[in-house]
Write a protein that binds this ligand. Sequence first.
Ligand SMILES: C[S@@+](CC[C@H](N)C(=O)[O-])C[C@H]1O[C@@H](n2cnc3c(N)ncnc32)[C@H](O)[C@@H]1O
Length: 200
Amino acid sequence: MNKKEHWDSIYLSKSDEDLSWTQLEPLMSLKLIGEARSSGRVIDVGGGNSVLAERLLDRGYTVTVLDISEAALERARKRLGAKASQIHWIAADISSEPNLETFDVWHDRAVFHFLTAPGDRAAYQKLLLQTLPAGAHAVIGSFALDGPQKCSGLEVQRYDGPMFAAELGSQFSLLKTESEIHITPWGKQQSFQFSLFKRV
Ligand SMILES: C[S@@+](CC[C@H](N)C(=O)[O-])C[C@H]1O[C@@H](n2cnc3c(N)ncnc32)[C@H](O)[C@@H]1O
């Protein structure tokens, strides 16, 4: 199975209650995006079926959601109903150089940590540089160093803020890192870190 088939099969066979990453409210993401900007263009990379896009829409942001899984995007669009037309949806692999416009804020919760191949991480960093002009921000959440080693059957790379900063390079300044314990729908604790960067 390739990456797209893997993620499509998950979204086609499991309900939100069966997905470890489901959260009722993306509070940490909203907090850090709000600290970066109170308006503007936000892209949620690997947004899946997260409610973040609609929460951002309700706050007046212009929202794009990108995901490798068309099934995930279709599920999100169905849930949103008429509101879905206010969001720009992109089905693409973030590490395959999708053609993106520029954004004020890049948000990623639990996608970068799946990029275990150095070439995929380099492609992501190159895209981030192309997509975020100077002064724009990135909010990137991943499993923390004491977080799980796998998610949905895939190995992950765990990070802290400085490790992320090293991956993104000197053109991104690390403003802060916050820890969060995510509780899965079945009550298990998962340790996350969220880092806020500014493009210099
Ligand atoms: C752990 S889920 C997190 C979903 C969402 N960010 C959230 O917080 O609810 C990872 C998401 O990233 C997507 N994904 C995985 N690899 C990707 C890639 N290379 N490019 C784009 N999306 C990807 C998956 O389809 C899935 O929706």
